[in-house]
Design a protein. Sequence first.
Length: 95
Amino acid sequence: MKRTVLVIDDDKMILDMIQGVLADKFDVSAVNDGQKAFRVLERVRPDIILLDLNNACDIIIRRIHKKTNHRTLIVNLTIRSDNNPGLLLLSGNSR
């Protein structure tokens, strides 16, 4: 059985890319906003959530953690263009 990943990003190109990379090894749900993410969380309990750092505010992360009973790893990601174009920054939140 494949592990489940929820990807939340407002950039369709990024969503498609991540979904394409992960689809062979994971069941991937991809959404472009927080409201859709909460609807997905009504029916899916992902093992990992990849969350665009631009959409990640403390309140959203806390709500997601509460919704998943604090059992889902949330990884914030972004592509930073200010100092290092194309740099993928990953920072995991504790469970």
